[in-house]
Design a protein around this ligand. Structure first.
Ligand SMILES: [Zn+2]
Length: 416
């Protein structure tokens, strides 16, 4: 495992890679080329994505002061046009929404699974929600917008709200200055995009019908080059693929650089539904998401049997590695596998607070390092080479009903 080589791959992937856009397509091309250079049997596996386009967002406060604010409607929002009362609806509790019909509602938190039904019933013209932090420098942090996910709206017969993101400093200013009337215009339309996974395969020498699947998402969120989350995990996975291409293991290995993770695990959902025949042979999903943060600590989270957690914990302790090991859900591509009964092991490195960033334009090359990548790579190789070559796997291919319920609840709450 070579941290410097992993770092160099992150340099190559150091651009915004939103799923369904040319950025992700370019990332897929680079990763495919890397796989082919290793002599791997690799391909690009496309899938459809429900998305949207915002042709225009305009927001102008007209009372008691005049000001035009920079605003960005969520893709797949309802369109909206009009001048209306502005109501500060705090956390959208019932008493906040009594007189909200036709109004422009400012809310503290994002429109999501918990409040969506109440907001729909209130029938506002639109919702204003904040993005980032009130201390963000507008020149340094572009507005991202985002998307009303189909997995959220489909729970409500695809009824759409019009949701507009503002900088939190602007939202705070509207609250402080008592904005009471505003003009709004949002022009939105649905589009279908193509996301993609890059997939590579190494056939096992002794148990070819037992497969370990690896996942690492290559996509990022808008405005973010996603170096730590997750060009780094993609690089660790390529390094594992390189090792196993030269040292074929007993079990077969499937490597999937997924697209659309940031849009709701789209690539991994596609893999588990489109490759049901292969999935029956998959005994473990190893997910690599977050790595390379110079300040941080390693983790190994098992969404599956306790026996696997104990096995991993023992292995890393034997080698003297400090790794946070537990049995839990992990918000990434491992979850669609766990829901299909495939145990998952998420490996990576959590960045120390205030010294690493995700899901914003601060997630950049300056905050990843070769030695940190090297460390995650060595620990991942220790664990997966033992599992890929074990005479018997030290755990059952089973996800308990309790864990499955935990995963379902988690995904439901976040509308994944
Ligand atoms: Zn991630």
């Amino acid at each position: 495992m070579d941290g410097q080589r992993m770092f160099e791959l992150i340099e190559k992937l150091n651009f915004v890679r939103v799923s369904g856009t040319p950025g992700e397509e370019e990332a897929a091309r680079i990763l495919l080329q890397e796989c082919e250079a290793l002599g791997l049997d690799a391909c690009i596996d496309p899938f459809p994505e429900q998305d949207g386009e915002i042709a225009e967002t305009a927001l102008e406060v007209t009372k008691p002061y005049h000001k035009v604010y920079e605003a960005s409607a969520l893709r797949r929002s309802a369109s909206a046009l009009g001048e209306a009362r502005v109501i500060y609806a705090e956390d959208a509790l019932p008493a906040n929404l009594v007189d909200a019909e036709g109004a422009i509602l400012i809310i503290n938190t994002a429109a999501g699974r918990k409040n969506y039904e109440a907001l729909l019933k209130a029938r506002p013209l639109c919702i204003l929600q904040g993005e980032g932090d009130a201390l963000d420098d507008p020149n340094e942090m572009p507005l991202m917008g985002g998307m009303l996910r189909p997995t959220l709206t489909e729970k409500f017969d695809d009824q759409r709200l019009c949701v507009i993101n503002l900088r939190k400093r602007d939202l705070l200013e509207m609250i402080v200055r008592g904005a009471s009337e505003a003009k709004v215009k949002v022009v939105s339309r649905d589009v279908e995009l193509t996301g993609r996974n890059v997939s590579a395969y190494i056939k096992g020498t002794q148990y070819p019908d037992e497969i370990i699947a690896f996942t690492a998402h290559m996509d990022s969120v808008p405005t973010s080059p996603g170096c730590y989350d997750n060009a780094a995990g993609s690089a660790v996975m390529l390094e594992l693929a390189r090792y196993f291409a030269a040292h074929p293991p007993k079990r077969s290995l499937r490597f999937i650089w997924t697209g659309g993770e940031e849009k709701g695990l789209l690539g991994s959902k596609h893999y588990v539904s489109a490759h049901a025949d292969e999935l029956e042979k998959v005994c473990l999903c190893v997910n690599l998401d977050l790595a390379g943060s110079p300040a941080g600590h390693e983790f190994a989270i098992v969404t599956g049997p306790e026996a696997l957690t104990h096995h991993v914990d023992m292995l890393v302790k034997e080698e003297g590695y400090a790794v946070e090991t537990r049995t839990d859900t992990y918000s990434s591509d491992c979850l669609p596998f766990a829901l299909k009964g495939v145990p998952a092991l998420s490996l990576g490195r959590f960045g120390a607070p205030g010294m690493s960033y995700i899901h914003c334009n601060r997630d950049k090359l300056a905050y990843v390092s070769a030695p940190a990548l090297d460390k995650t790579g060595r620990i991942a190789l220790l664990i997966v080479s033992r599992l890929a070559n074990a005479v018997m796997l030290p755990f059952e291919r089973k996800v308990s009903d309790e864990m499955r319920k935990k995963v379902e609840d988690y995904m439901d709450q976040r509308a994944i």
